[in-house]
Design a protein. Structure first.
Length: 195
């Protein structure tokens, strides 16, 4: 019987342990279910948060993109006071003074070919009418600088719009250096003939 008592004790303990484990599993299962339920809620909440961030980001991107497009197309100029800059430009254009220089006739650099002539008529855009007498007094210096530069040109240098642009920029640089205190805004070609 002692053997039976000993065997019974573990059985009782074993039964108690089995019952405790069963209760623990039942409780553990309910906790696991709660945790899984919470985890699935967190996953759904996290997915909802991700969607919210994506939507907010998309809305901000559209607002910023629309504002940038409106700014660069000039739709925001009335709100930002952009008309003032245009009125200043319009005033400058109205006050612009054009001085017509005399016709220049130069021989281009030929290098073994027949002589090639360049006939050019130039207008200078000045900022103020008061600058015209000052420019006229310095005109021999301007013409000298122009002729020195033009005589070194080749026909290839004048080809295409890029050649014309380089010629205009170089002449503007030279006239600006020659009449230093006077502001020359642009060099304009009235006529150009290469023969």
């Amino acid at each position: 019987m002692a053997d039976e008592d000993i065997d019974d004790e573990p059985d009782e303990d074993g039964e108690d342990d089995d019952e405790a484990e069963a209760e623990g599993e039942a409780d553990g299962d309910s906790e696991d279910d709660d945790e899984e339920g919470e985890g699935s809620d967190k996953g759904k909440g996290g997915g909802g948060k991700k969607k919210l961030f994506i939507i907010i980001g998309l809305v901000l991107f559209l607002i910023i993109g629309g504002a940038a497009a409106a700014y660069f197309t000039g739709l925001l100029d009335p709100l930002l006071g952009g008309d003032e800059g245009q009125s200043e430009e319009d005033a400058m254009l109205k006050n612009a003074v054009f001085y017509d220089m005399e016709e220049l006739l130069v021989t281009l650099s030929a290098e073994g070919r027949e002589a090639t002539f360049l006939k050019i008529k130039i207008s200078l855009e000045l900022e103020k009418q008061e600058d015209v007498p000052k420019l006229e007094s310095l005109l021999p210096r301007v013409i000298g600088n122009f002729q020195i530069y033009l005589r070194e040109l080749r026909i290839e240098d004048l080809k295409g719009s890029a050649g014309m642009y380089r010629l205009r920029e170089e002449l503007l640089r030279r006239v600006t250096a020659a009449v230093a205190p006077i502001k020359v805004n642009d060099v304009l070609f009235r006529e150009m003939l290469v023969q």
